[in-house]
Ligand binder design. Sequence first.
Ligand SMILES: [Fe+2]
Ligand SMILES: [Fe+2]
Length: 342
Amino acid sequence: MQRNRIFNPDGNDAVAGRTIIRGNTTGLFNLNAVKYPWARSMYQVMVGNFWVPEKVGGLGDDATMYRNLAPAEQRAYKGIISFLTFLDSIQTVNLPHFSDYITSPEVNLLLSIQSFQEAIHSQSYTTILETVVDAREREDIYYFWRDDQVLMERNRYIGSIYQDFQDRPTDENFFRALVGNYLLESLYFYNGFAFFDNLAYSSKMTATSRMINYIRRDELTHVALFANIMKEIRREFPAMFDAGTLAEMLRTAVEQEVAWSDHIIGDGVPGITKATTGLYTRWLANTRMETLHLPPLFPEVVSNPYKHLESMADNNSEKTNFFESTVTNYTQSSSMNGSWDF
Ligand SMILES: [Fe+2]
Ligand SMILES: [Fe+2]
């Protein structure tokens, strides 16, 4: 792979000749001249999604409610937050490595916003943990992956893919890192999200759930961003787009997501069973393939077992006026999806 120069005065920023990788741009950010129209609308939505965890109220009530959760629910709550914290941390660190090789300044602009958002997500877990959980338990939650073999294996898998790309930035490792990122954003933590939706469905831990909804709104843009990067790669450099690698990695991601969710949630939480976890993960995998205009990996699974939880994903009362005094028209990513798709 060809790494971008930090200062490239001989670069050519002409939009017509711009490519997503292997181009020769100066790196100048100029949203008045973009090659990829989806990047411009995505920029507006990502910036419009700005939020900060301190503004999400009600965590004190969650602290009281947490003590009344069943032990299985408490264990799942802590384990899922531990995994989410790890993922957001590694995303913040790794995303700039993609920018080293992407030669569309407008796409690199989006990756910068994404890095910032992943940092906010890490902060949100800190905010939750410092209010809801006993101080003695916090360290155990942050470093749960060190002693838990199932979580360690998952973290090692995605960590190795990113590390291989950094150590040996070949075409193949770049593509694997892109796929790894897409799967992390689109599949890795969705049973965790479903767990919080499921609690909120029973009016439990509703402030945590609101926080998760802000995070999920950001994640929707991250899924779309990496889907679009991969589609541009397929269009401009079809030899690099390896559908076999994608399918193999998606299959592994599904196996790991199911194994981890069965381990940390299992059958002990009302509303979730190992059967629904398996179905939901496969259904989700199919939708992620569909986004890339690829056939489903599990054609026998055609419906979402958590359809009744979908309304929980939209229960942010603050959503339309988060900073009411300064922002009156608050963009919602879900309504903008159409303009990013191609
Ligand atoms: Fe995140
Ligand atoms: Fe993300």
